[in-house]
Design a protein around this ligand. Structure first.
Ligand SMILES: Nc1ncnc2c1ncn2[C@@H]1O[C@H](COP(=O)(O)OP(=O)(O)OP(=O)(O)O)[C@@H](O)[C@H]1O
Ligand code: SF4
Ligand SMILES: [Mg+2]
Length: 345
């Protein structure tokens, strides 16, 4: 495996929960991200999946420094970037760029495409001297499959897929090494999703990019990711290669998510087991003791309320080298094939 380019350890984001208008009093906190660990290797795509509200976007925002973590470290090439300021921070930020979910709202409607894609050069003039920017932007338009002559058009003159290409071109303007893509295709039609995913794959090879790819659609994540992390209530529950997670999941939460993936083949659909997730996701202001998944877990026992399972290779798989031997935060981890392998590919 290539060397780590990004190492996230114990990443936490708690938002204070206050009452009162004049005299604000903190009465608790929203534990949006509550101890996340993962490593991104150079040139790979790490997918992050999980239900709405589990903290995916908050992780993304901390990675690109749109928000400061409450605790934890983010190491970029071995250096903790959460402590950087000034010039050093600016230099690192250039290398980690974000592509946002909604191409309809994330592009300023009053700016031309040329100004949108070239905006990062205002902050980093060292990357492209003023006289050279138009040419660079046209080059970027071409790279993402758009006509360079569109440089003076406005966002509303483009389709959703084209707008996301503009968002990607903007993300590439500073020649970053890492792209954090937060649900980059979720707002697009299914037919357009594949085109944007293919574009991202091509760009990854062309520019040697490493991706964090956030989505809630498990099939899309499998298609693009080398490894996948499954998040629940602010933490990663299970992480491994796509084969480990999809074909050999050991965590009940992953198994439940996979059991809900639509299966096109009617016969396979009839034979597969549906695991129903009990109840609703608990509030991130009030996280269950012990294993945070226990209130919805079909396997929960008494011990699960008392002990916090670590994200590590479960003891029973430690001596094996098979695909079940990957990190899973469950006290009673068991391998269970939920979906026939070909169904999520
Ligand atoms: N600025 C904020 N102040 C208070 N709570 C917040 C703030 N931002 C996010 N949260 C809460 O933190 C939790 C995680 O939110 P986040 O947007 O990261 O989830 P997500 O996994 O990206 O969800 P989705 O799939 O819907 O995009 C949610 O409960 C959300 O309400
Ligand atoms: S530790 Fe217990 S509650 Fe948590 S996932 Fe495992 S079996 Fe379920
Ligand atoms: Mg989100």
């Amino acid at each position: 495996m290539a060397e780590p380019i990004l190492e996230v350890r114990g990443l936490v984001k708690h938002y204070p929960l206050t009452t009162g208008v004049l005299f604000k009093k903190q009465v608790g906190s929203v534990k949006a991200v509550d101890g996340v660990d993962f490593t991104l290797h150079r040139g790979e795509t790490l997918g992050i999946v999980g239900e709405s509200g589990c903290g995916k976007s908050t992780v993304a925002r901390m990675l690109v420094n749109l928000e400061k973590p409450t605790a934890g470290v983010i190491r970029y090439k071995g250096e903790d970037i959460t402590q950087l300021t000034g010039k050093a921070l600016k230099a690192v930020r250039r290398n980690i760029q974000m592509v946002f979910q909604d191409p309809y709202t994330s592009l300023n409607p009053r700016m031309t495409v040329g100004d949108i894609i070239g905006e990062p050069y205002e902050i980093h003039p060292e990357v492209a001297p003023k006289g050279d920017r138009g040419r660079r932007v046209q080059e970027l338009l071409e790279v993402v499959g758009l006509n360079p002559e569109y440089i003076n058009r406005y966002p509303h003159q483009f389709s959703g897929g084209q707008r996301q290409r503009i968002g990607i071109a903007r993300g590439l303007a500073l020649r970053p090494e890492i792209i954090v893509a937060d649900e980059p295709v979720s707002a697009l039609d299914v037919s357009v999703q594949a085109q944007v995913i293919n574009l991202m794959e091509r760009l990854q090879n062309e520019f040697d990019l490493s991706y964090i790819f956030i989505a809630h659609d498990l099939s899309i994540v499998r298609h693009i990711s080398d490894r996948v992390g499954v998040m629940y209530l602010g933490r990663i529950m299970e992480i491994g290669t796509d084969e480990e997670i999809y074909d050999h999941p050991t965590h009940p939460y992953t198994q439940a998510l996979l059991s809900a993936v639509p299966v096109p083949d009617p016969e396979a659909r009839e034979h597969r087991e549906r695991i129903i997730l009990a109840g609703d996701v608990p509030s991130p202001t009030n996280i269950p003791s012990g294993c945070r998944f226990r209130t919805r877990c079909f396997k929960a026992r008494e011990r699960c309320a008392l002990e916090v399972p670590a994200l590590a290779v479960p003891a029973e798989f430690r001596l094996t080298t098979g695909p079940a031997a990957h990190d899973s935060a469950c006290l009673f981890a068991e391998e269970k094939q939920v979906v026939p392998p070909e169904e999520t590919r």
